[in-house]
Write a protein that binds this ligand. Structure first.
Ligand code: GUN
Length: 283
């Protein structure tokens, strides 16, 4: 068994981005909007801000109380959409129940949607013309590629069907010519499906749910479950360690890659804006 060093790979990508940013005349800007007081969200937003500072991005954090109204949030997004110093906009999920998250996501300009959650960006991915891709699935794919995992023709199962991870992950793997199965809470005989797949992406949010895999399987564990034992994944690493060929740990696996991909998407959004300027300037 080899443990995939997600933290090490993420650090390398962040350093690559930092060097690119150091050569720019202006800074790429990322705005992060946080609504309410969810402790996990506060930690994630703090990590995103710190990454921006280390890489040399402009970072803008906007905090709103849990009782804020839909229109207030829409108004903030409208201002950020028109702010030329901001290239990426991220609204931290989940939002309070009274907020319509879909409407908020759709209000973000697709070219500033560094989360890749906008229906236009999800649609582009679905038709095999990806543009801005959701950070966690993109990070998982990057881990597979940087670990030299052959994808063409492989059987891959994605456990979880969220718009944030499961669905874009399945599309990415399909675009890489995998044969993809998506599993969810109503899937019959989940174990049987898992046992017939070469690649397993676990994104269900159930601690240590997966206790057996096919001999030689590659396992990417997206789970970040806070339990009495601390942060644990969706996969029971001890139970599968004799059988897997490659596996990501929790923590220090997929988590750091999500942030690295957010930085990559923000730089990409910046580069797209500046290429347009160059094109239309006639330079
Ligand atoms: N909440 C959990 N993961 C994410 C993410 O990748 N982006 C946003 N915006 N919210 C999240």
């Amino acid at each position: 068994m080899t443990i995939i060093d997600g933290k090490g790979i993420a650090d390398k990508i962040r350093e690559e981005i930092r060097l690119k940013v150091a050569s720019l005349d202006t800074k790429p800007g990322l705005a992060v909007v946080l609504v309410g007081e969810n402790p996990a969200s506060e930690i994630y937003v703090g990590m995103k801000e710190k990454a921006c500072q280390e890489i040399g991005f402009l970072s803008k954090k906007i905090e709103l109380p849990a009782v804020c109204e839909q229109v207030e949030l829409l108004d903030i997004i409208d201002k950020l959409n028109h702010d030329p110093s901001i290239h990426g906009i991220l609204v931290q999920m989940p939002l309070p129940k009274h907020i319509d998250s879909n409407e908020i996501i759709e209000a973000i300009k697709p070219e500033k949607d560094v989360d890749g959650f906008h229906p236009i960006n999800l649609g582009k991915l679905l038709i095999g013309k990806p543009d801005m891709i959701a950070c966690t699935p993109l990070g998982c794919l990057e881990l597979l590629k940087r670990s030299d995992v052959e994808l063409v023709g492989k059987n891959a199962c994605v456990i979880g069907r969220s718009n944030i991870v499961g669905k874009p992950m399945a599309s990415l793997l399909l675009n890489e010519d995998c044969t993809v199965t998506i599993c969810h809470s109503k899937t019959k005989d989940l174990n049987k499906v898992i046992m017939s797949n070469d690649i397993v992406i676990a994104a269900v949010g159930v601690p240590k749910l997966i206790k057996d895999v096919k001999e030689g399987a590659v396992v990417i564990d997206v789970g970040m479950n806070r339990t009495e034992e601390g942060l644990v994944g969706d996969v029971d690493l001890d139970a599968v360690k004799e059988k897997v060929s490659l596996i990501t740990p929790v923590p220090k696996g997929v988590g750091p890659m999500t942030i690295a991909m957010l930085m990559k998407n923000t730089l990409r959004a910046y580069e797209k804006v500046h290429n347009f300027e160059v094109l239309y300037d006639g330079k």
